[in-house]
Design a protein around this ligand. Structure first.
Ligand code: GTP
Length: 219
């Protein structure tokens, strides 16, 4: 069977209940938006393949429940993540205040070197905004400063209007790829070696052996 992707890795969505994690995921994978809030129970995941810098990346995106009672379960999923979205709702100051708590959970449970992106979702709810983008804005919380402090890129998104969804998922994927550049270069060398070998075998008229379609998985 033809190889359909080059690498596989795992991203995680975390944040308070109701900030829109499931909606972000559904918008990204299925281009759908649901106005109802059905709380995630434990964890759920979806897959999508995207191409970044000519590399086909299969991403497994884990959507975690924001509700406190599932935290014991959800924290177990941090360990195998290469990238994490920390999501708050721009119309909920409380959800933004809790980002500190989510950051400290990541520090405690996720592997060192995990890539992080801060997401302020529901950017379409401008009239209900409680969290400003920058210092000096109305009720401004130092979002950009916080993102910088923790070494995170920052996006305001809207799962409702499809604002910055593809951009933020692509960016986190890029960051993970950059962080794993060495393994990736090794993969490329192996791939070109395999190609060279296959060409040689063809030239020599040998029967074609099974193509090693093993994927690189950093999960
Ligand atoms: P838990 O599973 O409980 O952790 O919640 P969640 O973070 O997955 O939230 P979910 O995606 O279920 O969305 C909660 C509510 O917010 C739903 O009513 C969504 O329709 C709404 N919502 C999500 N994203 C947006 C958005 O970008 N804009 C607006 N206006 N509403 C949104």
């Amino acid at each position: 069977m033809a190889k359909q992707y080059d690498v596989l890795f795992r991203l995680l969505l975390i944040g308070d209940s109701g900030v829109g994690k499931t909606c972000l995921l559904c918008r990204f994978t299925d281009n759908e938006f649901h106005s109802s809030h059905i709380s995630t129970i434990g964890v759920d995941f979806k897959m999508k393949t995207i191409e970044v810098d000519g590399i086909k990346v299969r991403i497994q995106i884990w959507d975690t429940a924001g509700q406190e009672r599932y935290q014991t379960i959800t924290k177990q999923y941090y360990r195998r993540a290469q990238g994490i979205f920390l999501v708050y709702d721009i119309s909920s100051e409380r959800s933004y205040q809790h980002i500190m708590k989510w950051v400290s959970d990541v520090d405690e449970y996720a592997p060192e070197g995990v890539q992080k992106i801060l997401i302020g979702n529901k950017a379409d709810e401008e009239q209900k905004r409680q969290v400003g983008r920058e210092q000096g804005q109305q009720k401004g919380r130092l979002v950009l400063q916080l993102a910088r402090e923790y070494g995170m890129d920052f996006y305001e998104t809207s799962a409702c209007t499809n604002l910055n969804i593809k951009e933020s998922f692509t960016r986190l994927t890029e960051l993970v790829l950059q962080a794993h550049r060495k393994e990736l270069d090794g993969l490329r060398v192996r791939a070109s070696n395999q190609l060279a070998l296959a060409e040689l075998e063809e030239e020599e008229g040998k029967p074609e052996g099974p193509v090693n379609s093993s994927k690189t998985c950093w999960c």
